[in-house]
Ligand binder design. Structure first.
Ligand code: AMP
Length: 300
């Protein structure tokens, strides 16, 4: 039981209505890894530079995240900087510095090649494909992406989609890939492009799950303190995948539960900048929100 995750490991500078952080721990693989580690064992593949704080690697490792696939390279860590509108509805990317990711050639440790669950989290689609090529018939392959790659590398993003079982993306990305404003149609169309399961994330408005046999929608958990939405999507995916791996059950009912667990873990991520709140989440905290969530969406 373990999930292999490849994606960005970053130092982020983020500004929201509640404040600003500089060079804080971030990255798609970091958020997803911390979320999945709440449910299962995690193998992380990525690269960090010389400026990446050693104590952060130690903290990840202390959570049971195996870092044998994380390369420490000469140069600076991937850096992303963004600012949110006052009402948190829009995000502007101010800067993306690939840095050590520019020359990164992922190499999986030999005993990771048979990983059963593989998450290609947000990073250049060529790197996602390079990792997938090194795996041996995983049980489930998941992917996420970002507008930057949809705009700049559309063919490679489509190639990733053709090779995955489950695709996560946000509403804006789904609209861009499918060239439609209609999310129900976008979900159906994505099911013809490779994945058997499609999850469209809609931020504070929840998430939609599409498969041949099912259609499910859940709201997001009603957080009272919104500080920084960065990484919510990655955390959502990490929680979803971690729960599936923990239970080993891919039934439509369990996929619905996974979506709820994803929403709940993401609800903690947005309560702080960076991964601060995720550091202290306990299984009891998750169980409490899961019960409350069930009561919120109960309907007879
Ligand atoms: P999200 O809010 O779910 O889109 O994820 C935000 C995280 O993605 C931040 O921690 C960033 O470091 C990371 N990120 C931003 N841009 C990219 C990119 N082009 N490739 C990979 N990761 C990125």
């Amino acid at each position: 039981m373990s999930v292999l995750i490849v994606g960005s490991m970053a130092l982020d500078t983020v500004e929201t209505a509640t404040g600003r952080v500089e060079n804080a721990l971030g990255g798609a693989a970091t958020f997803a890894g911390m979320a999945a580690a709440l449910f299962t064992r995690v193998r992380l593949c990525g690269v960090v530079g010389e400026d990446f704080p050693p104590h952060e690697l130690e903290a990840l490792s202390n959570r049971g995240i195996d870092l044998a696939g994380v390369e420490r390279a000469a140069g600076k860590t991937f850096h992303w900087s963004g600012v949110y509108s006052h009402d948190f509805t829009h995000r502007e990317t101010l800067d993306t510095q690939l840095n050590v990711f520019e020359h990164f050639h992922p190499k999986l440790p030999d005993d990771w090649r048979d990983s059963e669950y593989v998450f290609l989290a947000n990073i250049h689609p060529a790197l996602q494909l390079a990792v997938l090529e090194q795996t041996k018939r995983p049980r489930l392959v998941f992917c996420d992406t970002m507008n930057l790659w949809i705009d700049s590398q559309p063919e490679q993003v489509l190639e990733v989609l053709r090779n995955v079982d489950v695709a996560f993306m946000n509403d804006e990305e789904a609209r861009a890939i499918c060239n439609t404003h209609h999310l129900v149609l976008a979900g159906r169309k994505l099911l013809t492009m490779g994945p058997k399961i499609v999850v469209i994330k809609k931020g504070e408005h929840g998430a939609m799950l599409f498969s041949q046999d099912d259609y499910f929608v859940a709201p997001s958990y009603p957080v009272e303190m919104l500080v920084d939405p960065t990484g919510a999507g990655d955390t959502f995916a990490g929680g979803f995948i971690g729960y599936l791996d923990q239970t080993g059950n891919h039934s439509p009912q369990n996929l619905r539960r996974a979506l709820v667990y994803g929403s709940i873990v993401a609800s903690f991520a947005v309560e702080s900048f960076s991964v601060e709140r995720l550091r202290s989440v306990t299984p009891g905290d998750i169980a409490e929100r899961y019960d409350r969530f069930r009561r919120i969406i109960e309907y007879h």
